[in-house]
Ligand binder design. Structure first.
Ligand code: FAD
Ligand code: NAI
Length: 477
């Protein structure tokens, strides 16, 4: 006998587990199927984000930043450190423990919300008898056939390999291998200076590797506001990250001691890079492997993403898809918002995700965060705007922290003063951006932020001052 559910979620990453919890909160009898295994073969829900993405990368970014501070910056505070050393296995172990806390937390949340969890791979079998939903087969630790009136697919994404260069996770690494290198490599190459390239490059540079990033595009962080990207590039170069733009990667050989990458530089000259390890971070591909999408006629787009409408409905009635496996930014918080919105739509409510106010954060040092449109986008869209910037150098809290790189930048409509974009490079940009997201969600003007009392001394005063700068009336610069 198959088990019957109102809602079955396939995939237990941020899109899937959050959708399952929200569906259960709304009173639906809900199941979540996830196949991720921990190193003992047990369940490890949380998807890419928890296991090999957001959480472990931030744990290593934090540890490596402490290490760099102890070595390079404690002296500025009058703190003397002797015999500073690195216990990499312990650092990796701490990261793994943080991951496990999150896996266990999700299993606890499933219990608390009465979500039935199945550890295994879920695949579509066929439409259920009488057209009431779909039959889903689970294989793996659990072997079951489930029937769900509604199905939410949240199967995520996988790292994109270079053509003809598969990941071996010992020398040619995806994000997975990049998070568990056993000894700091003397030389590390990365292909792609996007979000993973910069975050992982920073981790291993701080721990002592000589890092070179090869980027195909001629501009650095093309999606980021140009002024912010320039400031970040300056800071990364000063830290010793070598970033070569406009390269064309050719043959990659890993049959010797290390990895050898042949490439053509921006001037068209043939070059080669020899490194101990290579991280390939050139984007991710939606994951529909083993789902039997074709068997039930679930439509994919040309990139292999599940085709959905603005409300995450697929072409099959009662089947929805959210997160990295559909269009839009591949971000955990975007996946979560879509998961909540779909559960609420199933309940007949008006779930909503505002794509214009999804924040982006790159957790380097300085951090880079933004929401809304960049100056170059506003120009391309022919929008008349006013800009205001405020440097952290003029912020008291940043000086006290000893972290004065960067700025906050506001872009507001020239006629109405509505905030159109906020861009930050500097300390705690990841936290500061939330104020801008809230402001934009409520359609605030830069004048609104400029008139709100911000605590002193705080980094958030730089946000207020950048808003004041839109009207050329900064008080501290
Ligand atoms: P996933 O998290 O990929 O989860 C999908 C789950 O479904 C997985 O557990 C998978 O095993 C399971 N699955 C797949 N197929 C099946 C099946 N047939 N049956 C059962 N289970 C299945 N985003 C941020 O917002 N902030 C960050 O700081 C950040 N850092 C990142 C760092 C790295 C190194 C990487 C790689 C990504 C990072 N991301 C970050 C992106 C973020 O991880 C993804 O956007 C997010 O995980 C997408 O969530 P999802 O639920 O759509 O998919
Ligand atoms: P990305 O899209 O951020 O960057 C890929 C980079 O590789 C681009 O700059 C691209 O021009 C370059 N590239 C592509 N093909 C190339 C080639 N053949 N040779 C040289 N360069 C090439 O992708 P990334 O860094 O792999 O990360 C994937 C996604 O994961 C991100 O887009 C983001 O959605 C998510 N992520 C989010 C994080 C966060 O929110 N802090 C952290 C890490 C990942």
């Amino acid at each position: 006998m198959s088990k019957q559910f109102d809602v079955i979620v396939i995939g237990g990453g941020p899109g899937g587990y959050i959708a399952a919890i929200r569906a259960a909160q709304l009173g639906f009898n809900t199941a979540c199927i996830d196949e991720w295994k921990n190193d003992k073969g047990g369940p490890a829900p949380g998807g890419t984000c928890t296991n090999v993405g957001c959480i472990p990368s931030k744990a290593l970014l934090q540890s490596s930043e402490h290490f760099e501070h102890a070595g390079k910056h404690f002296g500025e505070h009058g703190i003397q450190v002797q015999g500073l050393g690195l216990d990499l296995p312990k650092m990796i172990g701490r990261k793994d423990a943080v991951v496990k806390q999150n896996n266990d937390g999700i299993l606890y949340l499933f219990k608390k919300n009465k979500v039935a969890f199945f550890h295994g791979r879920g695949a579509f079998v066929k439409a259920a008898e009488g057209g009431a939903g779909y039959e889903i087969k689970v294989t793996g630790s659990a072997e079951e056939t489930l029937v769900g009136k509604e199905v939410i697919v949240a199967t995520g994404s996988n790292a994109r390999p270079l053509p003809g260069v598969p990941f071996d996770e010992t020398k040619v690494l995806s994000n997975d291998g990049a998070l568990r290198i056993g000894a700091v490599p003397k030389t590390l190459g990365l292909i792609g200076s996007g979000v993973i390239g910069l975050e992982m490059g920073s981790v291993w540079r701080r721990l002592g590797a000589e890092v070179t990033i090869l980027e195909g595009l001629p501009t650095f962080l093309g999606a980021v506001d140009e002024q912010i990207a320039k400031e970040a590039h300056k800071a990364f170069t000063k830290q010793g990250l070598k970033i070569e733009l406009g390269v064309k990667v050719g043959e990659v050989r890993s049959d010797g001691e290390g990895v050898s990458i042949a490439y053509t530089d921006a001037k068209g000259q043939a070059q080669s890079l020899d490194v101990d390890k290579l991280i390939v971070s050139i984007g991710r591909v939606p994951n529909t492997v083993g789902l039997n999408a074709e068997g039930v006629g679930l439509k994919l787009d040309e990139r292999g993403a599940i085709l959905v409408d603005d409300e995450c409905r697929t072409n099959l009635p009662g089947v929805w898809a959210v997160g990295d496996v559909v269009r839009g930014p591949m971000l955990a918080h975007k996946a979560e918002e879509e998961g909540v919105a779909v559960a609420e739509r199933i309940a007949g409510q008006h779930g909503h995700v505002n794509f214009n106010t999804i924040p982006w954060v790159i957790y380097t040092s300085p951090e880079i965060a933004w929401v809304g449109r960049t100056e170059q986008q506003l120009k391309a869209d022919g929008v008349k705007y006013k800009a205001g910037t405020f440097p952290f150098l003029a912020n008291g809290r940043a000086r006290a922290l000893g972290d004065t790189t960067g700025m906050v930048k506001f872009l507001a409509d020239a006629a109405t003063d509505e905030i159109l974009g906020v861009h930050i490079v500097g300390p705690m940009a990841s936290e500061l951006i939330s104020e801008a997201v809230v402001a934009m969600e409520f359609k605030a003007s830069s004048e609104d932020i400029a008139r709100i009392c911000h605590a002193h001394p705080s980094l958030s005063e730089a946000t207020k001052e950048a808003a004041l700068a839109v009207d050329k009336r900064t008080l501290n610069f």
